[in-house]
Design a protein around this ligand. Structure first.
Ligand SMILES: C[S@@+](CC[C@H](N)C(=O)[O-])C[C@H]1O[C@@H](n2cnc3c(N)ncnc32)[C@H](O)[C@@H]1O
Length: 271
C-alpha cells in the first residue's frame, strides 16, 4: 500500500501535542464511538494509535471485559503508547507496530476505529476495504476525521486565518487532502460498505472560550514548521512560533472576534 508523506512526524513534542489535543476533541470522539455502538466487552482495533489516546478512550468504553489493540506504523508512537498503557495499569490495551490493514490477528474484531488517520492514506477506500477483513460479521467500522474547509474567523483575525492557511497548504503539498466530509463517505462506499452514518462537530467561540483552541492550532503549526520550511510555505522567521499562540489570542480578543475551527467528522457503518 502506498503512503503519502506524514507531515507531522513523531517527535516527543508531537506525541505530547496529540495528548494535549485529546482534551479538546476526546469528548467528540467519545460521542461518535458511543453512537456507533462501541460498548462493554468489545474487542477493538485502533488504527494509527499515535500516543494512544483513542485506544485509551475505547478501553474506557469497552471496560475490563473488553480488549483494545492499537497499531501504528511508527515505532516511536508504539513505544510511547505502550509506556502510557503500563503507567495507566491497563492490561487489556496493547500496541503493535505496523499497518493493521496488512497485519494478521488471531481473532476478528467487533470494531475497527481510527482518528485522524484515513486522511493520511493515499487510497482510503482500499484501506477501509482491507480493514473490513479484520471485522466479524456485523462489526463496526468507525472513523473520526478532520475537514479543514470550515476554518475561518469573524470578523477576520488575520494571524489565525494565515496560520490555518499555512497548515492546510502544507498538508495539501504533501498529498493530504483534509476535506474529509465527502471523501470519508466515498471511502466507505468505495470499500463496498454501506453508506455510513455521519456526524459533524465544529468548534466555534471567542474570548476565553477559544484560547485552548488557538493554542492547539499553534501547537500543530509548531509540529509542521520543519515541513513548512522545507516546502517553502513559510519561514520560521515569518511564523514566529514562540509567540504565535499569544499573538493569535491578543488579535482575536482585540477585535472581539469569533473563530471557527476545523470540522470533526464522524462516520460509521456495520458490515
Ligand atoms: C495524527 S496521528 C493521530 C493519532 C491518534 N489516532 C490520535 O487521534 O491521537 C496519525 C497516526 O497514524 C499513524 N498512521 C498513519 N498511517 C497509518 C497506517 N496505514 N497504519 C498505521 N498507522 C498509521 C501515524 O504514524 C500517526 O501516528
Amino acid at each position: 500500500m502506498e503512503y503519502p508523506a506524514y507531515a507531522l512526524g513523531h517527535s516527543d513534542r508531537e506525541l505530547e501535542r496529540l495528548s494535549a489535543q485529546e482534551r479538546l476533541i476526546g469528548p467528540v470522539t467519545r460521542q461518535f464511538f458511543r453512537e456507533a455502538g462501541i460498548g462493554p466487552g468489545m474487542r477493538v482495533l485502533d488504527v494509527g494509535s499515535g500516543a494512544g489516546d483513542v485506544a485509551f478512550l475505547a478501553a474506557d468504553l469497552v471496560g475490563e471485559t473488553g480488549e483494545v489493540i492499537g497499531t501504528d506504523t511508527a515505532a516511536a508512537a508504539v513505544g510511547a503508547a505502550t509506556k502510557r498503557a503500563e503507567a495507566k495499569g491497563l492490561p487489556n490495551v496493547s500496541f503493535r507496530e505496523g499497518n493493521p490493514a496488512e497485519m494478521a490477528f488471531d481473532r476478528p474484531f467487533d470494531a475497527v476505529v481510527g482518528r485522524y488517520v484515513l486522511v493520511f492514506q493515499a487510497d482510503m477506500a482500499a484501506m477501509v476495504h482491507q480493514l473490513a477483513q479484520q471485522l466479524r460479521p456485523g462489526g463496526a467500522m468507525v472513523f473520526h476525521e478532520p475537514d479543514l474547509t470550515s476554518v475561518r474567523s469573524r470578523p477576520p483575525a488575520p494571524t489565525y486565518d494565515c496560520c490555518c492557511q499555512w497548515i492546510a497548504k502544507t498538508f495539501r503539498l504533501v498529498g493530504t487532502e483534509a476535506d474529509m466530509t465527502h471523501r470519508l463517505h466515498q471511502a466507505f462506499v468505495g470499500a463496498g460498505l454501506p453508506a455510513p452514518s455521519m456526524r459533524m462537530h465544529t468548534f466555534i467561540g471567542g474570548g476565553a472560550e477559544c484560547m485552548d483552541w488557538l493554542q492547539a492550532i499553534a501547537d500543530m503549526a509548531a509540529s509542521l514548521v520543519p515541513t513548512m520550511e522545507r516546502l517553502g510555505v513559510v519561514t520560521a522567521a515569518e511564523i514566529e512560533i514562540a509567540t504565535l499562540a499569544e499573538r493569535m489570542r491578543r488579535e482575536v480578543n482585540s477585535i472581539g472576534g469569533v473563530i471557527i475551527g476545523r470540522s470533526e467528522i464522524g462516520a460509521w457503518a456495520h458490515i
